[in-house]
Structure formats: structure tokens, C-alpha cells
Design a protein around this ligand. Structure first.
Ligand SMILES: *Cc1c(COP(=O)(O)O)cnc(C)c1O
Length: 367
């Protein structure tokens, strides 16, 4: 057992007694896919009302045992994050804006009546896991080690109130290159379902939002579409986001629009990074409401030339076609990936991989 003390909380290290054999791991890492392989270890930190955050451990990845009355199983007190460890051009490992994930995690925690985890502990925990399981970094070009921090309410109590015990966990999952030279354009189904309503949990990264998006997403797939776009709950008119990605619209004068963060949209870190990069390029970016009718009209008139979705997993995904169950289909630009979409993606990826200077202090080197 070794102990590192980067923050107020010291992590206890327990090495896995039976790690995945080297040959098996190396073979699996040739085609990691997404979200189906897991590294040997996990971080766990417990919280209770009396002791606060305690027992920070980097130990073997293993099932967690919960009382059947654990609050998370009944009232869905659960939040999560998603970020990637990258390998820089010089071979060092790095995280991209982990403090932003830590801050968003706490804002989700507040909405779900859960305790906040100090941001430095969140970041230290990510670093600890990457350090222990760096052998799980995939060998494939453009691969990454996807980190999934999350928190669950573990208290056994069936009354409805915020739980008094929680567990914070981070697991790591090697991920392949989603798309080598940029994603192919996706087709989008405009959902009649609602993802988030004013005053609800739309801006929190909680599992419950995803549970509610599964039927709409399945419906999109059934109708032959890749993804679903959600409109606002009140007027069913204003474009919000996809099930797990934010949207950008590109116009023929070079300006961009992304829906404003009104409380029903998840504040994506990719969205925020692209906002900065686009403004730096001298582009006009407006954060404002944009309606489904305007989207169709602008696509048909040629005023709108590109649309893309963005998020940590696939970085930037072009939208080629949109189908509204009432008004039918429309195509965006050529129907394929657009120029600005490709350029912004390249710039962001170049920063994440350390190919260009990190002028925003976004990249945290781990070694
Ligand atoms: C996580 C997430 C995003 C994208 O956020 P990033 O920080 O860019 O990965 C967008 N929408 C929803 C609903 C999400 O959960």
C-alpha cells in the first residue's frame, strides 16, 4: 500500500490481485470500441453526514454491494461526468479541462440534493486512476481512456428525502477513435417527446435524463435515423439539443448560433470550448433561441450551410438531414460534413492532443 497526498484527502492504493493478463489486454486494446472494456482499477470515495468525504481508495475494479433499499435504486439520486485522458504528441498523458467537469459535477450535485465533492479531489481522483491504469490506454490512433466519474445515494431508506450516505466512483474505459478523419453526417429525428422542462433537471448530468431519452432515441432508430433532437417543453418550437450532444448552426455569412443555456440544456464543455475557438477565429457566435421552423427555412433558402452536434465522446458530428414527423424531411448543405465543422473539430482535437500550443490552459499534463 502506498499513499499519495495531493489534496486534503489521501488515497489508499490497493493493487488488483489478479489484473487482466498483459496479452489479453493488449489484444483487447486493438479494437476497444466504446464503453465495453474496463481498466483494472476504480476510485471510490464515501460520504456520510457525520464524516463527510472519507475512505478515498484506488482499488480493484469490482462489483459494489448495495442494500436493496439504497436510495439510488428507488429515487434515482445519481449524477455522472464523462471526460477523456488523451496521449499528447510527446507521449505524455493529459486531461482536457477536468476542472470544468468537476465544477459541472458539483452543479449537478446541487440540483440532485447531493453533497459537493471538492473540485481538487475530483481532479486528483481522475489523475490517480489514470496513473494506476495507464497501461489501459488504447494503442489505436486517436484512442483515449474515457473516465466515468459518478455518484450514487447509498443510504438504505425508503422515505423520500435527500440520502445521508453517498459513494463517488470513477471507472475507466478505453475508447477507440470514434471516427478517424471526422464523423460522417448523421440524420436526425425531431422528437415529440421532451427531454427537459423549465425548472427540471435538464442542465444536470443525471442518469434520470438519459432514462427518459431512451424511448425517443429508440423511436428515432426505428424510423431509420441516427439521433434524436429535442425541442423545448413549453412551445415545442425551440431547438434544444440531442440526447447527449449540444448543437451548433453555421450560416452563409460565417456566423454561428448555438442554443442559449436556459436551464433546460446541458452545458457541454465541448460546446463551451468551441464557442471560445470560434470567437478567436473572428467568427460571430450568438447564443440564442433558434426554432425548428427557422432551421428548415434557412436550410431550404441556403442561408444555413452547416449544422453540427458536439460532445466529449465524438467531439463534433455533422448533421446532414433532419426529419420532422409533421413537416417532413430537409437536408443541410450538401448533406455531408461541412467545412467549418471540419475545421473547428481539427482545431479542438489538435489542442487536446498537444499538437498546437495550449493558449487557454485547457490541457492538464499528467506526467
Ligand atoms: C454530457 C452531455 C453533453 C455534452 O457535454 P460535453 O461536456 O461536451 O461532453 C451534451 N448534452 C447532454 C445531455 C449531456 O449529458
Amino acid at each position: 500500500m502506498a499513499t499519495l497526498a495531493p489534496a486534503p484527502l489521501a488515497f489508499t492504493h490497493i493493487a488488483h490481485p489478479a489484473r487482466v493478463p498483459d496479452a489479453t489486454r493488449v489484444e483487447a486494446l486493438k479494437d476497444p470500441g466504446f464503453g465495453k472494456l474496463y481498466s483494472d482499477h476504480m476510485v471510490t470515495i464515501d460520504w456520510s453526514e457525520d464524516a463527510g468525504w472519507h475512505d478515498a481508495t484506488v482499488g480493484p475494479l469490482q462489483p459494489i454491494s448495495l442494500h436493496p433499499a439504497a436510495a439510488v435504486l428507488h429515487y434515482a439520486q445519481e449524477i455522472f461526468e464523462g471526460l477523456k485522458a488523451y496521449r499528447l504528441a510527446d507521449g505524455a498523458m493529459a486531461l482536457f479541462r477536468p476542472q470544468a467537469n468537476a465544477a459541472r459535477f458539483n452543479s449537478s450535485a446541487r440540483r440532485l440534493a447531493m453533497p459537493e465533492l471538492p473540485e481538487d479531489v475530483f481532479v486528483a481522483a481522475c489523475r490517480e486512476l489514470v496513473a494506476v491504469d495507464r497501461d489501459w490506454f488504447p494503442s489505436v490512433e486517436g484512442g483515449s481512456l474515457y473516465l466515468r466519474p459518478f455518484m450514487i445515494a447509498t443510504e438504505a431508506f425508503l422515505g423520500v428525502r435527500p440520502a445521508k450516505q453517498y459513494k463517488f466512483i470513477i471507472i475507466a474505459s478505453p475508447a477507440g477513435n470514434y471516427f478517424k478523419s471526422g464523423a460522417p453526417a448523421v440524420s436526425i429525428w425531431v422528437s415529440q417527446y421532451t427531454r427537459a422542462a423549465p425548472g427540471g433537471t435538464g442542465a444536470a448530468k443525471c442518469g434520470g435524463n438519459y432514462a427518459a431519452s431512451l424511448v425517443p432515441q429508440a423511436e428515432a432508430l426505428e424510423r431509420g435515423h441516427d439521433q434524436v433532437v429535442f425541442l423545448d417543453a413549453e412551445e415545442h418550437k425551440w431547438i434544444e439539443e440531442l440526447g447527449g450532444m449540444n448543437l451548433y448552426f453555421v450560416f452563409d455569412d460565417g456566423s454561428l448560433v448555438t442554443p442559449a443555456l436556459t436551464g433546460t440544456i446541458l452545458p457541454g464543455i465541448t460546446r463551451d470550448s468551441l464557442l471560445t475557438l470560434a470567437r478567436e477565429e473572428g467568427l460571430t457566435v450568438r447564443e440564442e433561441r433558434y426554432s425548428i421552423d427557422q432551421w428548415r427555412a434557412d436550410a431550404q433558402s441556403g442561408r444555413l450551410v452547416e449544422t453540427f452536434a458536439c460532445g466529449t465522446a465524438a467531439v463534433v458530428t455533422p448533421v446532414g438531414k433532419v426529419t420532422d414527423p409533421i413537416d417532413g424531411e430537409f437536408v443541410i448543405g450538401s448533406g455531408g460534413p461541412g467545412q467549418l465543422t471540419g475545421r473547428l473539430r481539427q482545431r479542438l482535437v489538435a489542442i487536446q492532443r498537444g499538437d498546437v500550443p495550449d493558449t487557454h490552459d485547457w490541457v492538464m499534463r499528467l506526467d
